[in-house]
Structures are given as C-alpha cells and as structure tokens.
Design a protein around this ligand. Structure first.
Ligand code: ATP
Length: 240
C-alpha cells in the first residue's frame, strides 16, 4: 500500500474576512519529503501555513496530520503532534540569549533528557549558534537568527516543519547553507518540510515536490525537477 501522507490539506478555503484568500486548496506532504510552495507575492503562501499551523481557522476543508483531523487540536497542542511552525520574520526573542531561545522550544516537553539531547543536536548542526550561546538574539546576524528560529523548532523534534520564507534577507551563500541543512535533516532524520519560498531557485534545489500557487489556488503540483525544467511555467508564475 502507498505510504500515508504525513500532512493532507484537503479543499481548504480560508481568509481573513468575507472574501477568502485560499480557494479550495488541496495538497499533501509525504513523510520525509520537502515540499516547496511557490508563487508571487500575495498568492496565499503565508496564509496556507497559518491555516495548517492553526493560527487561522479555515471556513471549509480539512487538515490532517498522519490521518488525524486537526480541527479539534488547539494550536499549542499541534507541536506535540509533531508539527512546528517557523513564521516569517522568525520570532526570535531579542532580549533572550541563544541558549534561552532554544530552550523555549523544549519547555513543554516532559522528557527532559531528550530535550537536552535535542538542544545539543541543534548546536552540533548549527555551528554559529554553538559559538554564540550566551549572545542575545538582537546581537545575531540575519542568518544566525534564522538558524535560531529553525533550531528552536527542532528542539521540539517535529516530524513536519512549516517554514515561511527562510531565505528572506539572507545572503545567497547563507541561504544555500540553510537549504543544505534542511536536505541533510530530511535525509538523516526523515524530517518533512513544507517550505514557503519566494526564492524559487534555492527552494527547488532541495525540494522533492513543488506546488505553485496563484491568487489563492494551486495551479500546479509536481516533482521539483519537472518544475525546474518547465520554462513556460517558470515565466508565467515564478518570474524567471
Ligand atoms: P507574501 O510572500 O507577500 O507573504 P503570500 O503568498 O504569503 O505572499 P499571503 O501573505 O498569504 O500571501 O497573503 C495573501 C492575501 O491575503 C494578500 O492579498 C494579503 O493582502 C491578504 N492578507 C494577508 N494577511 C492578511 C491579514 N492579516 N488580514 C487581511 N488580509 C490579509
């Protein structure tokens, strides 16, 4: 039998007021896959992640994690079910140190020993963070802040990472490094990622699948390699 999707988004319609932003959006994330969500400004990518993480309630449709309908799982419990959201703008606490920020990600965990282990793993993965444990969030570079936000999510040991525009404001070299780390986590730990990116090239460099959104609808879903090679599609929706 085919593997059950880790995340199933089925016919989601959602928005902020009377007029929906998302129209009948359906997509799936298999376990251990990186799925890139692409599309122009305002296509609804951020809104989609907010709907999955529970910050926004859809007016219709279903979101399932490992087959379970999330409608009755409150936002703060979704992380316990294996889902972690790194919002656009990162949400690092500027006044807290790197170490304190990372610990926030594991506060809710009852297995203290494993929370400690997860923290050490994040430091092993993100070398710049290990060297700046005692630095305050506001002292970090943009790339380091992005690592910290992702690291904090990883301390919760998610199966699914919802990642919004991680390349925003980062130098190309740092973005490439970050994408490499995501691919490594997928390959080594089976982490799945729903990756929202304006930076199409870097997203498709690591993604297994790609979803193209336009005006709140999914207009294409296919292997990342096919999207990379589809000139007409890239011109029409992705701007290069
Ligand atoms: P971006 O990369 O600019 O964030 P996006 O594809 O993520 O683009 P969304 O941020 O999801 O797009 O925005 C989709 C639409 O929803 C836009 O028309 C936007 O104006 C609208 N929108 C987003 N946030 C809100 C909000 N809090 N209240 C009302 N409308 C909103």
């Amino acid at each position: 039998a085919p593997e059950e999707p880790l995340l199933q988004i089925e016919n989601i319609t959602a928005g902020y007021g009377a007029a929906p932003v998302l129209h009948d959006v359906t997509l799936t994330v298999p376990p251990g896959a990186i799925v890139a969500v692409l599309g122009a400004n305002g296509a609804g990518k951020t809104t989609l992640l907010r709907t999955v993480s529970g910050l926004l309630r859809p007016s219709s449709g279903v979101v399932r994690l490992s087959g379970q309908d999330l409608a009755r799982v409150p936002v703060e419990h979704r992380v316990r079910r294996g889902m972690a959201h790194v919002p656009e703008g990162r949400g690092v606490v500027a006044e807290l140190t790197v170490d304190e920020n990372l610990r926030l990600g594991g506060l809710w965990r009852t297995d203290r020993r494993d929370a400690r282990r997860a923290l050490d793993e994040v430091y092993a993965l993100f070398d710049p963070l290990a060297r700046r444990r005692g630095h305050a969030g506001h002292q970090l570079s943009g790339g380091e802040r992005q690592m910290l936000a992702i690291g904090r999510a990883l301390v919760a040991r998610p199966r699914l990472l919802l990642l919004d525009e991680p390349s925003l404001g980062l130098a190309p070299r740092v973005t490439a490094q970050l994408m490499g780390l995501l691919a490594g986590l997928r390959d080594d730990t089976g982490l799945a990622v729903l990756l929202v990116e304006q930076n199409v090239r870097s997203a498709l460099s690591v993604a297994d699948r790609g979803v193209v959104m336009s005006l709140g609808r999914v207009v294409r879903e296919s292997d990342a390699a096919q999207l990379r090679d589809d000139d007409a599609l890239r011109h029409a929706y992705l701007g290069f």
